[in-house]
Write a new protein. Structure first.
Length: 192
């Protein structure tokens, strides 16, 4: 069954690697929306991306994400890569009707966006066990808590220390791990 997915990119922008994730899902018959917060700009480092994010103002990403989501049906899967998980998780938790959620390489505390994870919204979280952000900053613990609350929640942790390992266009890209991620995400999308 075809699913609509709203995929939010990471802080380095809507890179060819993020497009590759979307294309892999599209090839399986899903409709994937890839909005671009940076209007075509991509950044060579996390620091440059965060500087551009900061320059847009403190609430700019939320306002933009709400506008993007508001133009789409409520019955969609929210997905994000790293920074893109923040709007995806917030919308999955707060916008009624979410079909599911897929979080790559990041996860906020469930309490950041409400009382708990919404009943009946399946979720998958993927990250590396030694990623300084995902593992080192507590995202994996947030993911464990979230998955424990979800009726249908899965956490997949991969060996490695790369951040943005799912982005094939970056030096951090890990093709083997990404292939496993995509296989699991496609299985998830087929059943939600």
């Amino acid at each position: 069954m075809m699913t609509q997915v709203l995929l939010f990119h990471h802080v380095q922008g809507l890179t060819p690697g993020v497009h590759a994730i979307a294309d892999a899902l599209r090839e399986a018959g899903h409709t994937v929306h890839t909005p671009d917060f940076f209007d075509g700009r991509t950044f060579g480092s996390l620091d440059d991306g965060f500087a551009a994010l900061k320059a847009k103002g403190p609430d700019a990403q939320d306002v933009w994400a709400d506008k993007v989501a508001g133009a789409l049906p409520a019955d969609i899967v929210y997905a994000g890569v790293s920074l893109g998980v923040m709007p995806a998780q917030r919308l999955a938790q707060t916008r009624p009707g979410a079909r599911g959620a897929v979080f790559l390489e990041s996860c906020a505390p469930v309490s950041a966006f409400g009382e708990g994870w919404p009943t009946g919204v399946p979720v998958q979280v993927h990250g590396m066990d030694a990623d300084p952000f995902f593992a080192g900053e507590g995202d994996v613990d947030n993911a464990r808590e979230l998955v424990a609350q979800a009726n249908d929640g899965e956490l997949f942790v991969y060996p490695g220390d790369a951040h943005l390992f799912t982005d094939s266009s970056l030096a951090s890209g890990d093709p083997a791990a990404t292939a496993t991620v995509l296989s699991r995400v496609l299985t998830f999308l087929e059943r939600v």
